[in-house]
Design a protein around this ligand. Structure first.
Ligand code: HEC
Length: 168
């Protein structure tokens, strides 16, 4: 009789343990979804700082006729602009939205740089680079950030990176 009465109690206790474990698990699951929901998204200024780095490296790659590196930096710039359109389609009270301005203003100049790099044409590269730089600044003007003015880099801030093509 005593045995019989303890069995359901045990069952309830077991069920409670299983349930608590399952709930705990799902709470942890929810906890994992939580951070994903507010995952870190770099601000436009941060993404632009990365674009600035690539823009600088692109220049030194072109000056060193390191077309492979230049091609890589053009790709990175393209991906950076894709991220900007994705994460910052609009920006504050900017009269021009990045999602509209980027395809209109930088896609072609970037394609022209890519073409010059593909042809390993140093002169065309410089022309296309300057046009790209002008496009960067046109967008800064259009978005009311004209005070962010970029130019050909005056000196190389990356002494740890070899820009010259490696000689075997
Ligand atoms: C959508 C138009 C647009 C284009 C195209 C664009 N920018 Fe920007 N850029 C902005 C805006 C808007 C800001 C200000 C972001 C903020 O509020 O922090 C900015 C900021 C910057 C900054 C300042 C970052 C800082 O925090 O110091 C740099 C540097 C920069 N851009 C470089 C570039 C370069 C280089 C290119 C071209 C390869 C480029 N930008 C193209 C809109 C643009």
């Amino acid at each position: 009789m005593r045995k019989l009465s303890i069995a359901p109690v045990l069952l309830v206790v077991c069920l409670a343990i299983v349930f608590a474990a399952a709930c705990g698990g799902s709470q942890r699951g929810g906890g994992a979804a939580g951070p994903a929901a507010d995952a870190f998204v770099p601000g436009l200024g941060e993404l632009m700082s990365l674009q600035q780095m690539r823009h600088v490296k692109l220049w030194f790659a072109g000056q060193a006729a390191n077309w492979e590196l230049a091609d890589y930096e053009v790709d990175e710039l393209g991906e950076g602009f894709d991220d900007i359109v994705k994460f910052h389609p609009t920006h504050k009270d900017s009269p021009v939205a990045p999602r509209d301005a980027i395809p209109r203003m930088v896609t072609q100049p970037l394609a022209d740089v890519r073409a010059a790099v593909g042809r390993k044409d140093a002169e065309a590269f410089v022309r296309a680079y300057d046009a790209l730089t002008a496009a960067c600044n046109s967008c800064h003007q259009a978005t009311n950030f004209a005070f962010n003015r970029v130019q050909r880099p005056e000196s190389n801030p990356y002494p740890s990176q070899a820009f010259a093509v490696a000689r075997p």
